[in-house]
Design a protein around this ligand. Sequence first.
Ligand code: PMV
Length: 305
Amino acid sequence: MAPQRAPDNAAFAPGKIILLGEHAVVFGHAALACPIERGVYAWAIPANRSQLVLPAGTTTSQRQLLQRAARRAFAVAGYPKLSVRIHWTVPVAMGLGSSAALSVAFVRAILGREGTPKAVERLALDMEREFHGTPSGVDSATSARAALLLFARGRARRVRVAAPLNFVVVLTGARAPTREVVAGLAERRRRIPAQSARFLREIGWLAREGAVAARGGNVRLLGELMNVNQGILNALGLSSVALESAAFRLRDAGALGAKLTGAGGSGGAAIGLFATRSQAVRAARMFGSSGFATQYTGAPARTRP
Ligand code: PMV
């Protein structure tokens, strides 16, 4: 059984939220993604074979997928005799980058001190392919670097923030796997190719403008751009009643901007950007156990004990 609290020797990798640019990033446009305070802990102890021990409550299909991804990484690392335990503090399968965080924490645990940042990111992305097929790489890059990133075509640039960013994350319920939502968008692109291409290009521009706003501390503009991005995602059929409702409730609670985050579709998470941490904490309470506040200050994250 995994402990309630991660042990002190655990490697940590954060989950993420996409502020601007999901889906467009799959087609080579830019996305702006931010790590969150919740993530995945992994710790390795000597054993007589390579083994991944999952927390109780992991479903059979999640278990199969995770074991397959772990086998892939164990093989690349030369089957180290380690038993790796996992502890999640980020909600799973909600668009919050839990699979990328698991991959990064797992790889850090098995590579130990030999895991250079580059090697960790490369192997974690390889594990991610087991979960998503053809991921853009934005999730694993954000988790591995634990920094606000402007990401396009496999390349990430760190965006330094002039002021902390305060968010509320709202969980709206189960959603289809990312690869199915991405396939749904592909179908729409076949039906209205020119319009879809225009929308996706516009989303990429919003992400680049959002990076400039974050760098300059213009949180109000960043929020406005998130609202515009949400409108386009809805136009592309990637939102739902629950996601729209969460976005409107977040704006009513004072969010400067609100939108879905991650693949979206039938459910998953919505985010709101707030001017201060106390406003975010107050707004999160309105959503009970389905909402939580998270802050990004830009300070380097501690990922190893
Ligand atoms: O798997 P999710 O929900 O975190 O979605 C990631 C964002 C997408 O742009 C939809 C997919 C990708 O690979 O970038």
